[in-house]
Ligand binder design. Structure first.
Ligand code: PSZ
Length: 284
């Protein structure tokens, strides 16, 4: 595997991580996962823009211009002869003697590499199960930070119960999944939590809002409660690699009699069409 490290593409075996990298010690960094379809990175501009924003919010400056980074990513895809799968990108604040505070002149570190392709077609077609959990994360969930401790604790809990996702609840309101955004449909209207500090504004989420608009589907970026979640006509979760996944059971109770809903199906198809359009016309 070829890996992008601070502007150079090298073999994985050549990558060295310093024990005092602040990403390694503090989770002091940010990341992105981008999906590649047919060798083309989908919504690359949006992901890179979010990466720079996350970095800026925590005072990390990335050593490369975004156009330069985008070119490096396209090169990385080529060098790995990658057709489909995810790309992982992370930026840490850099290496420094271990203290909480830091000097602003340390140089950030960037790595990017291909993730193995995750087969999701069965989950997309039959739907998945979920649990609900309290959202005990910090209040800057809009930053795609490396600090995922609570997310992984709760994802593991869902996994150990045979569930795909845990849906997080803060003050009675559904925020998002441990690694996805959550949508419900009630009486033909699609609801999702507004893009505040309480959620990550998913790129899939943002794309879908465009898709709803194009198709004339009614949607509201409006908070909804646990009860509204459990009484919804349809529920689905979204992320870069999973795209649009129907949720057919929550805390052991069926949603829509345990079958993916019909509007969810249309949304899946419309999203696939958008992916197809944007990854066949774009110059890889
Ligand atoms: O491979 C996977 O399972 C992935 S790839 C990206 C995600 C999962 N999740 C990103 C994410 C997230 O971590 C949280 C807390 N909320 C929402 C999302 C969805 O963001 P996008 O659509 O940008 O991937």
């Amino acid at each position: 595997m070829k890996v992008l490290v601070d502007g150079e593409i090298v073999a994985r075996s050549a990558v060295k991580v310093d024990m005092e990298d602040r990403g390694y010690q503090f989770g002091d960094g940010v990341y992105e996962v981008i999906n590649v379809y047919d060798g083309v990175p989908f919504t690359l501009d949006e992901h890179i823009e979010r990466l720079y924003r996350s970095a800026q919010e925590i005072g990390i400056s990335i050593n490369f211009e975004s156009d330069h980074l985008k070119n490096d990513i396209r090169k990385l895809i080529q060098e790995n002869d990658m057709k489909k799968g995810g790309l992982y990108l992370q930026v840490t604040r850099g290496v420094a003697p271990r203290t909480h505070q830091y000097l602003k002149d340390i140089s950030s570190k960037l790595v990017a590499y291909p993730l193995p392709y995750k087969e999701m077609s069965e989950s997309r077609s039959t739907g998945v199960t979920a649990i609900t959990e309290q959202d005990l994360r910090w209040l800057r969930c809009d930053i795609k930070s490396l600090n995922l401790l609570y997310n992984i604790m709760i994802k593991q809990k869902a996994y150990e119960q045979g569930c795909f996702e845990a849906i997080l609840i803060r003050d009675g309101v559904v925020t998002e999944g441990t690694s996805s955004n959550v949508f419900i449909i009630k009486n033909g209207t699609i609801y999702t939590h507004p893009a505040t500090n309480l959620i990550l504004n998913g790129i899939t989420r943002q794309k879908l809002l465009e898709v709803y608009h194009e198709n004339g589907w009614t949607f509201k970026e409006h908070p909804f409660t646990t009860q509204e979640l459990l009484e919804a006509d349809e529920v689905f979760v979204t992320s870069t690699t999973s795209e649009v996944v129907p949720v057919i059971s929550i805390d052991g109770k069926d949603v829509n009699d345990g079958r993916p809903g019909s509007l969810t199906r249309k949304i899946q198809q419309a999203f696939s069409l958008t992916v197809k359009n944007e990854t066949s016309s774009a110059v890889g």
